[in-house]
Design a protein around this ligand. Sequence first.
Ligand code: XMP
Length: 507
Amino acid sequence: MEKILVLDFGGQYDQLIARRVREMNVYAEVRPYSAVPLDEIKEYKGVIFTGGPNSVYDESSPHYPKEILTLKVPILGICYGHQLTAYMAGGTIRSAGSISEYGKVELRCKKSKIFDGVPEKSVCWMSHTDYVSIVPEGFEIIATTENCPCAAMCDEERSIYGVQFHPEVTHTEYGKQILHNFVFGVCRCKGDWVMDDFIEKTVEKYKKELEGKRVLCALSGGVDSSVAAALMSRAVGDRLYCVFVDHGLLRKDEGDGVERVFGNMDLNFIRVNAQERFLSKLAGVTDPGRKREIIGEEFIRVFEDTAKSIGKPDCLVQGTIYPDVIESGKGDASVIKKHHNVGGLPERMEFERIIEPLRDLFKDEVRQVGLKLGLPEALVMRQPFPGPGLAVRIIGEITKEKADTLREADAIFRGELEKQPLDCKLSQYFAVLTDTRSVGVMGDAGTYGYTVALRCVSTDDFMTADWTRLPYEILARASARITNEVRTVTRVVYDVTSKPPATVEWE
Ligand code: XMP
């Protein structure tokens, strides 16, 4: 299988580079520079050096044996990687001091294999202080910007390139084209890699590494843990145990839905009904932070008890995906995530190993894997649902009665939205049970019931979100059905706040 190596020198965008390459159907893997011996470089069709926060002359800055330049494997250095390439080949690097470039900058480029199809002037994304001031012997400058005398260089004979800007980010107008030129024009890749190869490779890897091991997977029914479970099941078969904890704060019919999908697979699926346990711990608690803590803590306890009942498993599978890794900070990422994914799991449990088979993939890639593995589309494409469940959507004290009320209202709203395809983008939609009671009238009698808020947002990344302009008829139908069918609700309101200043969830 042809592969591109993304040699990581500590850049922010390393996985994005790999992703861009994978989008071209060429397998790319990110590996720390210190973990790849020189003699493995020849296994790759090409190497991309990532950016990084250092300066090449710093004592602690990451370096790589310069013999890599003689291996005849094409190289593309990006940002720090560009400077490092110049440095290794005998060039000089300077600090631009106060005129460092950051943001969108006009790029002027000359003819070169990597600029094939790129106009003479275009926009690129820069983020640097140091720059290559003298290019090494054998290299020529192939692009400049107003403040950067060497925005790109190459030694076309040796297939070594360097770009000061970031072709992997969308702000670089012809970034994809440049990477495409490197991967196909320079490295001569064919582009025949597909997601099936990822599945096959991952399954083979864990088949070998986990021979004879018993593996536990905390399955929430969400996309990531479901795909991780299905994938690992192919690798370890009946040595995989999947534990699904029902904390009583799931959406309507969710537990049964998860069981329907996974109960019939060879996953040793264990559904733990811990509703009473969670609700009694939450009784009387109104502080949002405290609710989360209680749920996180109780989750660990339930999980521990269940793990005990099936013996001592050797490894734990988690559905960590790449954006989680970035959020948790690189380097120590796996340590942080193992506590985060399912609310605190498994600080005090001992596992030989934590397995995160999806940690290099983005959400849409995880979805592709899920579909390839045969998981139902409805599960693979589902909207996110927070770990603490309805607890962050019931304002004030949580009771079973409130959870039941919210479940009904939420199911009606979601049902109305899912009846027909809409023009607007629906990223996440749900109902919230507020702690405001309000007066209503039913027949001749006055009522005093709950106020339900409906929330629907459109977003690409959930970091910011816009409230969705839903058609009035849908809101009207949802409101009428909720107040008719859920007797304890007298009023329905629609949340018209974006993020920021609000968050998606109410708590
Ligand atoms: P916020 O409310 O922070 O939500 O704007 C952004 C996205 O994150 C989800 N969310 C959570 N997911 N545990 C989770 O697994 C949590 O505690 C949590 N809080 C928010 C939220 O549903 C939205 O998709």
